[in-house]
Design a protein around this ligand. Structure first.
Ligand code: SAH
Length: 366
């Protein structure tokens, strides 16, 4: 297999061209053809030499994941099942709103974290996605939705790493993908509009601050370690107090404080009492934050139910009264099982899961 150009950020591509005896500025030219114009054929890149075009065609590729199924939802969102080179499948979702278009991409095939309310957890873990596979999702979606003629018309305005997988357990590949998302010669998305959603891999949050300052969302879901240990088993390793300290550190950006979004899935009778809301207020006082209440999206044999609407609203009221900015996330795409936690691709090899879980969690602390 040849080298995927989609896995290279601008510096990498410049380095490659220098090695090839080409001028480094060719990198920006090639990137513009790929990401702005949407060319799929090197031979049409008319401002670079025929020799370079041929070498790119011989030695590199810009392959995209393959669309296996395309499910449009009644509410306008779309979910695609995508097949990767090695036969694994992942899912991707596009959620259009009046003022933005959000693409939700996957960062791993499956997930190791085994959160008790998440359906991705049920299918186990296969492997990390490469940078090229993450960028490939966005470029594919851009082609499916229409590559804009100019920046003002863009369809994909926001990218969230909230699909399958835990992005901070695939750190290096995610950081590189984020750099390509932000680069003006590639997608040119502003850093506020790229969000990494994490269950709370504390050392990786600290490392992330050294390399980028995109938006961070934390899947909190509980206000006591006793409960969070059950819902998000990663909490046994990185309890709430430590997680919030890492969030403070991340939020403490040079120019003004950065707000962190805390996601809180509303599970009937589990984490939705007034006492939970009051504890959440206390926790939120320690970090510049806002709260996203997510109605639980049920799936077969989950064992949980969605909190009644009135309960979710009352919970929000307690937070708002205490000055915590809180939004209730609209459930989108539930008729196509594209809602949070319902992104289930096909994992080819489930048997290695427990083995991989240990080694990956080991890497995260190392
Ligand atoms: N691993 C990352 C990103 C993937 S999950 C993370 O934990 O943040 C994306 C979001 O969907 C998380 O907040 C997750 O907790 C939430 N989620 C998972 N299953 C859900 C379900 N069944 N209903 C509602 N939200 C769910």
């Amino acid at each position: 297999m040849t080298l995927s150009l989609l896995g290279l950020n601008r510096e990498d591509l410049q380095q490659l061209f220098i090695q090839w005896g080409e001028k480094p500025f060719r990198a920006a030219q090639v990137m513009k053809w790929i990401y702005h114009v949407g060319l799929r054929d090197y031979h049409m890149m008319t401002d670079i030499s025929k020799v370079l075009r041929q070498r790119l065609a011989d030695e590199t590729n810009m392959d995209l994941p393959q669309v296996v199924a395309d499910h449009p939802s009644r509410d306008g969102s779309r979910k695609w099942l995508l097949r990767l080179e090695d036969g694994n499948s992942i899912e991707m979702v596009f959620i259009p709103e009046s003022d933005r278009g959000t693409l939700c991409i996957s960062s791993q095939v499956g997930c190791t974290l085994a959160c008790s309310f998440c359906s991705t957890a049920r299918q186990g873990f296969n492997r990390n996605l490469t940078t090229a596979e993450m960028i490939g999702q966005i470029l594919l979606a851009a082609h499916l939705l229409g590559i804009p003629k100019n920046q003002g018309d863009r369809v994909i305005t926001n990218v969230v790493l909230m699909g399958m997988g835990e992005p901070l357990l695939n750190f290096a590949a995610v950081v590189k993908a984020v750099a390509i998302m932000l680069d003006d010669y590639a997608f040119g998305i502003s850093k506020r509009r790229v969000t990494i959603s994490s269950a709370g891999v504390v050392p990786a949050i600290e490392q992330l601050k050294q390399v980028t300052d995109v938006s961070l969302a934390i899947s909190l879901h509980a206000t006591t370690d006793l409960l969070r240990d059950q819902l998000v088993p990663l909490n046994q390793k990185y309890p709430i107090a430590e997680l919030l300290r890492a969030c403070q550190f991340y939020a403490d950006a040079k120019a003004g404080k950065k707000q962190i979004t805390f996601e809180y899935v509303m599970l009937d009778g589990v984490n939705d009492s007034d006492a939970d809301a009051r504890r959440l207020v206390k926790l939120m006082r320690t970090v510049p934050s806002k709260v996203n209440l997510i109605p639980f999206n049920p799936f077969p044999e989950s064992g949980y139910q969605t909190s009644p609407k009135a309960r979710v609203e009352h919970f929000r009221e307690i937070l708002m009264q205490a000055g915590v900015i809180t939004v209730i996330r609209k459930t989108r795409g539930d008729d196509i099982a594209a809602a949070c936690g319902q992104l289930v691709g096909e994992v080819v090899d489930r048997t290695r899961r427990s083995h991989k879980l240990l080694s990956i969690m080991g890497e995260a602390v190392a």
